[in-house]
Write a protein that binds this ligand. Structure first.
Ligand SMILES: Cc1cc2nc3c(=O)[nH]c(=O)nc-3n(C[C@H](O)[C@H](O)[C@H](O)COP(=O)(O)OP(=O)(O)OC[C@H]3O[C@@H](n4cnc5c(N)ncnc54)[C@H](O)[C@@H]3O)c2cc1C
Length: 458
């Protein structure tokens, strides 16, 4: 009985409790937040729901129980995430980003750092504690986000720098896109994990690290970005102007390994983003089915009785089932392999977000022109579905590149996922397909022989 899709009693409880939270605390808000023109005000409208999520243990449910978190497995977390994102995908991202900001501390931090950062977040009783994860940078300066692991010196890649000065790092540059980072008032989240270039003289596979930056650190400005979807989660631009951060806030195992943090983070979130796409498609499908079962187009019976709507919705239902299974499989793989799944997480995210976008588009075809009437909310489903392939590491620049990097390696075992075997992820697999920097005559750094955090089960 190794393969069994029955939810355990505990998983059923997690699913029902996430569904009841979403229906009672998010559903009444979601249209209002989506329509609010000021992105910060829109985010603030979710504050009571977030406090409730803290009270119910949802906000840090993905963190290990040993450090005060909810101790959910990845499979459990994905089951809960579907219910939340079916009602409000943006709120799901707010919770997800708490994990992106703190899980690297668990993977790579010292015991003292784990207690200090994870323990503080999970012990907080205010109902406001929020954590950001800042990897992304503005487009074209010089390489946006997608080329973060470009190995060439002066190549494309990250440009927020952290220069060591005594017991501090001095941080300069701009980030663009990160969620949660501005907190509830654009004065800063309680904690932000920021990927910085600690060594500007080397390429992205050896020069990046992760710093924890606390609320109240001088020299940092946050500005809201107005997005086309997921308007309940707060995206920001961050400007660092000689911000001074204690050197002890550098997460020890990330020294020179910020590239691995980014790859591992966006692998962990792969099935969560994938299930977000399932959730959006599920909501669109249920609405389209309801429409097809009630709308007659003036004929003798509702349109579901005709071939086109019946076949199309049948295909949509099948694809939703298939994508959900892929997300469960990818989450299970992460559980089995110490939160490593750099290739499978990416494959899951790419496949599910793109397949579900097509499902939502097909639901609009079934409903017809009435899908354009905003009161039926299909424009919202389409906007939400269109965002998913682009966020959480874009499917083209970042996720497919990672899949390609693993696949091209001579050690790659094409049956590994079928056989539930580990697929190691090394720095030698990074840098593939990256855009060269402006100085193409610069030497390229070969795959480094630096110590990497091993493939260790947590
Ligand atoms: C709602 C939302 C929440 C987000 N939350 C966060 C967050 O919490 N933290 C965070 O750091 N970021 C966050 N982001 C940003 C998100 O992770 C993006 O996916 C990330 O910035 C990468 O964007 P990109 O892949 O489009 O890269 P870009 O560098 O902007 O590249 C743009 C495009 O250029 C092309 N391209 C560039 N380089 C290559 C290449 N080498 N090979 C092939 N094609 C290439 C691709 O078509 C790519 O899609 C969020 C974004 C949104 C919308």
């Amino acid at each position: 009985m190794a393969i069994d899709f029955t939810l355990t009693e505990k998983q059923r409880q997690i699913q029902l409790s996430a569904r009841s939270f979403a229906e009672s605390h998010l559903a009444p808000l979601t249209d209002k937040v989506d329509a609010e023109p000021d992105p910060l005000k829109g985010f603030q409208l979710t504050k009571d729901a977030y406090a409730e999520a803290c009270k119910r243990g949802i906000a840090f449910s993905m963190m290990p129980a040993e450090y005060g978190g909810g101790g959910l497995s990845n499979v459990d977390f994905v089951i809960a995430a579907e219910e939340i994102q079916a009602v409000d995908p943006g709120f799901g991202t707010t919770v997800l980003v708490n994990g992106l900001g703190l899980l690297p501390v668990w993977y790579y931090g010292t015991e003292e750092q784990k207690k200090r950062f994870i323990g503080t977040a999970t012990a907080d009783q205010s109902g406001e504690f929020i954590v950001g994860y800042a990897a992304s940078e503005p487009p074209g300066t010089p390489g946006g986000t997608a080329n973060f692991d470009a190995p060439a010196i002066n190549g494309a890649g990250m440009r927020v720098t952290a220069r060591r000065d005594g017991d501090e790092y001095v941080v300069n540059g701009r980030k663009y896109w990160p969620c949660n980072v501005g907190g509830w008032d654009n004065q800063g989240a309680n904690l932000n994990l920021v990927i910085v270039r600690t060594d500007p003289g080397v390429g992205g596979t050896v020069g990046l690290s992760a710093l924890m930056i606390e609320r109240g650190t001088p020299g940092i400005t946050y500005r809201s970005i107005s997005t086309s979807a997921q308007r309940s989660t707060p995206n920001c631009e961050i400007i660092f102007d000689n911000a001074r951060v204690p050197a002890e806030n550098l997460i020890e195992g990330t020294r020179g390994n910020g590239d691995l943090v980014i790859n591992r983070n966006f692998a962990w979130s792969g099935p969560v983003a994938g299930i977000g796409a399932v959730a959006v498609a599920r909501t669109a499908y249920e609405e389209a089915l309801r429409w097809a079962k009630t709308y007659t187009a003036g004929g003798p019976a509702p349109i579901i009785n005709y071939q086109y709507p019946g076949y199309v919705l049948g295909d949509v239902a099948a694809k939703i089932e298939a994508a959900r299974c892929f997300c469960w499989k990818a989450a299970h793989y992460l559980d089995q392999h110490g939160y490593h799944g750099e290739m499978l997480g990416a494959m899951c995210k790419v496949h599910c977000t793109e397949m579900m976008f097509d499902c939502v588009y097909k639901c609009l075809q079934v409903v017809g022109v009435n899908a354009v009437d905003r009161k039926h909310r299909f424009d919202r489903y389409l906007r939400e579905a269109a965002l998913l392939p682009l966020y959480d590491a874009g499917n083209f620049g970042m996720q497919r590149r990672r899949v390609h990097g693993v696949m091209v390696d001579e050690t790659f075992n094409p049956r590994a996922f079928m056989d539930d075997e580990p697929v190691d992820f090394t720095k030698g697999m990074e840098g593939i397909d990256t855009i060269p920097g402006p100085k193409t005559d610069e030497p390229t750094i070969p795959s480094p022989k630096v110590a990497e955090p091993g493939f260790v089960k947590q």
